[in-house]
Structures are given as structure tokens and as C-alpha cells.
Design a protein around this ligand. Structure first.
Ligand SMILES: [Zn+2]
Length: 221
């Protein structure tokens, strides 16, 4: 009886112990799962909130010089400024993609497809202007009502407007191909007139190009 009793006690005392260990293991497992999930959620939250993908659409290229004044090609000016925007960006959460990083031709439909495929947060298309009137100067920012995200495109245009700290900046509406066919917020900027001496000085010098690049980057950040 005494022996039976002892066996019985032993058996009883082992069972709860085993259950306790199992419970502890389960708790630890759940805790690890929870920590893992929390970490994943935090990572995703940071990825979603902070990471930005911006496309700088570099106007013209290849056989398409854009406008040419005094030997200065619009396609080259656009690329120089785009490269400076990329160079000045020190924020690792902002990924800047150029639609072209060399002197190559891209059709408008290729550009639109390429831009849409990277699903950017927004797009800024860079251009320079020209006109017969050499006195005409200043910048224009174009947006389209036919853009799928026209409100956000409008916000982008407004941010660009203030970033330039220039007295002569206009926001205009135009249904240009890219403005209509890019499915993300987009503004096209004419950064000045190559036919105007003052604007040309800004568009074609390192100092002027860095100034423009800084203004555009301030919108991106
Ligand atoms: Zn152009």
C-alpha cells in the first residue's frame, strides 16, 4: 500500500511537472512568434512609411536633342541636372530612378511603361524651354487633369512651385502624353528658357544646375 501510494504520488507529481514544462515551452514559442511578428510588422511599417521611389524623367535623348541654343542641348541639360539630383540625395530611404542615365532615345510610350512598372511615389519630368522672344524667362510646371492621381500631381506641382524661389514660375495644365499616361503623380517642369541669357546661365553652368537640383531635391525629401 505504501509502495503503491509512493508510485502514485510520483506519477502524480511528474505529470504536472511535465505539463508545466510544456506550458513554458509553449509560452516561449508564442513569445518568440510574437517578437518575430512584431519585428516583421515594424520592418514593414518602416518600409512602407519611409521608403520612397522617385522617378526623374530625363527629357529627350539620342537623336532627339530637344531644343538647342548656342550649342547647348536640352537633352544634355536635363541629364546633367538629373545626375546632380541623384548625387545630392543622401537619404537612403529615397530611391531616385532616372528614366535614362545616358544619351539614348526613349519613346514616350517606353517612358510611360518604364515609369509605371516601378510604381513610383511620384515623377518629375525635366525639360528646358525655348522661344523667339529672348526676353521671355521663367519656369512652367505642367500637370494634367487626365492623370489618374491628379490631386497628388497638383500637390507635387505646388511643392515644386515653392521650391524654386523664383518670381517667375507658373503652374499650367496640359495633357502631355506622359502626364496622361503615367499612372502616378507627375509634373513636367520647364526649368527655364535656353533662349534667355539669364535662364541660360543657370541651365548651363554647374552652379546653376546644382541650384536647380537642390530645389527639386527639397521636394523629394
Ligand atoms: Zn523638352
Amino acid at each position: 500500500m505504501a509502495l503503491f501510494s509512493l508510485t502514485n504520488v510520483t506519477t502524480h507529481s511528474r505529470r504536472p511537472l511535465a505539463i508545466i514544462i510544456n506550458k513554458k515551452q509553449k509560452t516561449m514559442k508564442n513569445l518568440m512568434k510574437f517578437i518575430g511578428l512584431a519585428f516583421l510588422t515594424m520592418t514593414l511599417a518602416f518600409t512602407n512609411v519611409d521608403k520612397k521611389t522617385i522617378v526623374i524623367d530625363v527629357g529627350h535623348g539620342g537623336q532627339d536633342n530637344g531644343t538647342t541654343v548656342n550649342g547647348f542641348d536640352e537633352k544634355e541639360i536635363a541629364l546633367n541636372i538629373a545626375n546632380k539630383i541623384k548625387e545630392l540625395n543622401k537619404n537612403s530611404n529615397v530611391v531616385i530612378i532616372l528614366s535614362r542615365d545616358s544619351d539614348k532615345f526613349l519613346s514616350l510610350s517606353d517612358r510611360a511603361n518604364q515609369i509605371n512598372s516601378v510604381k513610383p511615389d511620384f515623377v518629375i519630368s525635366l525639360h528646358a524651354n525655348a522661344t523667339d522672344n529672348q526676353k521671355e524667362n521663367g519656369k512652367q510646371i505642367f500637370v494634367s487633369d487626365k492623370n489618374k492621381q491628379k490631386e497628388k500631381s497638383g500637390d507635387l506641382a505646388l511643392k515644386l512651385f515653392y521650391s524654386f524661389k523664383d518670381r517667375n514660375v507658373e503652374i499650367k495644365k496640359a495633357d502631355f502624353y506622359l502626364l496622361k499616361n503615367v499612372e502616378y503623380p507627375i509634373a513636367l517642369v520647364e526649368l527655364g528658357y535656353l533662349t534667355n541669357e539669364t535662364d541660360r546661365e543657370i541651365l548651363t553652368t554647374e552652379k546653376g544646375q546644382y541650384k536647380l537640383a537642390k530645389s527639386i531635391l527639397s521636394v523629394i525629401k
